[in-house]
Write a protein that binds this ligand. Structure first.
Ligand code: HEC
Ligand code: HEC
Ligand code: HEC
Ligand code: HEC
Ligand code: HEC
Length: 392
């Protein structure tokens, strides 16, 4: 069904390409010289893999080094640790450094963050090397998930590893020097599979979309699907709405006030919600407003509280990695977990009430309002009539 228009589209772009030969540019994409141990810029890969490049360019992976939110946090961390954090942070945020040693970010390719050539030179993840758990072959061969690929641009090797969660684990799983598991997305995903979950990271974060694996001018490839390299996560409302289900189950007038029961369930994430850095949280807000304009509020937090050496909560990413000593509390929602939250609010029985439950994703990496992300991603409202109105 979906393939038909795509065939026409491909035919159309082929016609355009032929028609364009006479009057428009038609240079073949530049040949890449591959040097063992040197990474190639994503721009060069993008000359042939145009659609994939466009999606990756907008991803947080492409922004991992240059993004101002990371930069500020990185500079703070360097200051706090007198430069010690450099190696640590860049191993995940500019991972080509593990081969090139360019820890001062002098080469443009280093500043591309997690780029094409890094992920497609990755052959395995080895947790016995926690400083740099990447098994790499940097050179002329590109490793990928297509069993029968053939390219004139470079050698290819079929890599089933690219379709497994282990491919993502080298960066999305981390225990710091004090033994605190700060990033546990991969371990949480393992729990999800133990409970019967069947999807990989890629199936949820890199769904198949209609696009060309390689520019049809370079090679005509049958089939028209690629894995979306945009990798939407907690910053994406579309991704967030898939994660949880929210329901106001019960509203009861009691002598002490209004009792409300709200159900929250992690239905769509293959890990905790939220996952990743402990500075992320999801908040369940319950708001009640009455006919006469009175307002009542209560909330529940889903997050991890991480303490430093002196037992104080850490609220900044810049301090998190180096200073975390202990996880005090973890109220996040496990995969498949359903939680019933009960609230009791002193709402007068004699008034009509509007009850609203909202789920908010909240992330403030520097613990300052200027750079915080706050996304209300799900809401439900119910009306409750005053008690006397319902009596005959
Ligand atoms: C000159 C054009 C060209 C350039 C430049 C290029 N590629 Fe390719 N690439 C191709 C073609 C053609 C294929 C084969 C597509 C097929 O047969 O399905 C391919 C296939 C791939 C595959 C799939 C391999 C598999 O077995 O799954 C990966 C991964 C890949 N390229 C990565 C890269 C990376 C990373 C770069 C930059 C370092 C790059 N490519 C640069 C043309 C190019
Ligand atoms: C974070 C790691 C990562 C980055 C960065 C990345 N890729 Fe991929 N790429 C993957 C994975 C994983 C797959 C396989 C997904 C699957 O099959 O489940 C893939 C698949 C591919 C394929 C095969 C076709 C497809 O979509 O399945 C090509 C070609 C490719 N990538 C090229 C690129 C290019 C070009 C870039 C940069 C513009 C890039 N990749 C950046 C991880 C990455
Ligand atoms: C080389 C390290 C590395 C690898 C491999 C890697 N990631 Fe990431 N990923 C990161 C970093 C670092 C960030 C944060 C970038 C930033 O915002 O500064 C990130 C961000 C993300 C986000 C966005 C989170 C948000 O806040 O919205 C998602 C989703 C994600 N990665 C999924 C994946 C998946 C799925 C894979 C495997 C196919 C993968 N990553 C492989 C390092 C990596
Ligand atoms: C069953 C689908 C599913 C699977 C499997 C899955 N994710 Fe997610 N992921 C989601 C959803 C939905 C969200 C948005 C909710 C959230 O932010 O927690 C998300 C969010 C994220 C985020 C953003 C963190 C945050 O909370 O802001 C990262 C990073 C991430 N996933 C990485 C991964 C990695 C790595 C894997 C594999 C080890 C993986 N995911 C497996 C569905 C999935
Ligand atoms: C083991 C890999 C790893 C290390 C080491 C690491 N990070 Fe990250 N970082 C990630 C991943 C993965 C994400 C994306 C989502 C998540 O899991 O929270 C991220 C996200 C971030 C973000 C949020 C960026 C945004 O735009 O949302 C900041 C800020 C950050 N890291 C700062 C740092 C600093 C500073 C250091 C060094 C002290 C560091 N990180 C070390 C993997 C790492």
């Amino acid at each position: 069904m979906i393939r038909r228009p795509m065939v026409i589209l491909t035919a159309l772009s082929a016609t355009l390409a032929i028609g364009g030969l006479a009057c428009r540019r038609s240079e073949p994409p530049p040949k890449i010289e591959f040097v063992p141990g040197q990474f190639v810029s994503a721009k060069k890969c993008g000359a042939c893999h145009k659609d994939i490049y466009r999606a990756w360019r907008q991803s947080l992976h492409a922004a991992a080094t240059e993004d101002p939110i990371f930069r500020k946090s990185y500079e703070d961390a360097l200051e706090l640790t007198h430069g010690q954090a450099k190696r640590l942070c860049l191993t995940c945020h500019a991972p080509t450094v593990v081969v090139t040693g360019d820890y001062d970010l002098t080469q443009p390719v280093t500043r591309e963050g997690i780029n094409c050539d890094f992920c497609h030179s990755l052959k395995g993840t080895d947790f016995s090397q926690p400083q740099s758990p990447f098994v790499l072959d940097v050179g002329a061969t590109k490793y990928g998930p297509v069993p029968d690929a053939a390219s004139t641009g470079h050698q290819v090797a079929y890599s089933p590893f690219h379709t497994t969660a282990l491919h993502c684990a080298g960066c999305h799983q981390y225990r710091n020097a004090h033994g605190v598991e700060l990033l546990s997305t991969y371990a949480e995903w393992e729990q999800y599979t133990e409970r019967g979950g069947t999807k990989t990271c890629q199936q949820c974060h890199m769904p198949q979309v209609l696009a060309n694996i390689v520019d049809p001018k370079v090679k005509r490839v049958e089939g028209a699907f690629v894995n979306l390299h945009l990798m939407p996560g907690g910053h994406s409302r579309d991704q967030l709405v898939k994660s949880l289900r929210l329901r106001i189950m019960e509203m009861t007038r009691t002598p002490k006030g209004l009792r409300v029961k709200v159900k929250v369930k992690n239905v769509g994430a293959g890990h905790m919600v939220p996952t990743g850095s402990p500075t992320r949280k999801v908040i369940l807000n319950l708001d009640v407003s009455t006919g006469s304009g009175r307002r009542f509020h209560a909330d529940r937090l889903y997050q991890r509280i991480v303490l430093d050496e002196r037992g104080r909560p850490i609220r900044k990413d810049s301090r998190m990695f180096t200073e975390a000593r202990r996880i005090e509390r973890d109220t996040r929602l496990a995969p498949g977990e359903e939680r019933i939250e009960e609230f009791l609010l002193p709402v007068p029985a004699s008034e009509n009430a509007k009850v609203t439950a909202t789920l908010t994703y909240f992330y403030s990496p520097h613990d300052r309002p200027e750079t915080e992300t706050r996304i209300d991603f799900m809401t439900e409202t119910k009306q409750l009539l005053a008690r006397w109105e319902r009596q005959p």
